[in-house]
Design a protein around this ligand. Structure first.
Ligand code: ZN
Length: 190
């Protein structure tokens, strides 16, 4: 979730900003359980091959170190979040967070067996990241409320979710914000 992918950015995903709230909810809950948070990001050199003027199809976006490549300030990434940069070489692109990043080894090293995934965009980077994760043997839970699609064709996002489920991912509805559901709430009897 980077500024260039949000409304007003250089390669905006419609309603992309709506993933921030649900992701923050998930982050709070993971931190409360002492579980690690990983954030993948496009981190392209200025002459990246996905850019129109360098043979690709996309407007320049997420150029390493540029304001548009930053995570939005509203996204409550913890200070120890593990940042995984992809598409860092001019000659190759990566939709998947696993492509050329060493993330699979990194996750195994950390003892991670299952991933809860949200982000942008459902029908591109989320789809490719999730199918690679399953291919690498990780379990995957889809935070469907915390993803939005580009939908070049109407319904691309739903088709992507169906594909991810077909490959073995499990969809999951977000629980309400942690505050609204205290862990030791007692029923009230009067
Ligand atoms: Zn890119």
């Amino acid at each position: 979730v980077q500024l260039d992918f949000l409304p007003g950015g250089r390669l905006p995903v419609p309603s992309g900003d709506q993933v921030i709230g649900p992701l923050n909810t998930a982050i709070v809950q993971f931190r409360a359980l002492g579980l690690p948070v990983y954030a993948t990001r496009d981190w392209h050199p200025p002459m990246h091959c996905s850019f129109k003027q360098h043979g690709g199809t996309l407007p320049p976006h997420c150029i390493a170190g540029s304001p548009g490549a930053a995570f939005p300030g509203e996204l409550a990434l913890p200070p120890d979040a593990i940042i995984v940069s992809k598409g860092t070489q001019a000659g190759s692109d990566a939709y998947s967070g696993f492509e050329g990043t060493g993330m699979a080894a990194m996750l195994r090293e950390a003892g991670v067996a299952r991933l809860f995934v949200g982000g942008l965009a459902t029908d591109y980077c989320v789809l490719n990241t999730v199918t690679d994760a399953l291919q690498e043997g990780f379990g995957v839970v889809l935070l469907t409320e915390a993803m939005r699609g580009v939908n070049l064709q109407a319904g691309d996002d739903e088709a992507a979710i169906a594909t991810m489920i077909e490959h073995g991912a499990a969809p999951c509805s977000m629980p309400p914000p942690a505050k609204a559901r205290p862990r030791h709430a007692q029923p009230r009897y009067r």
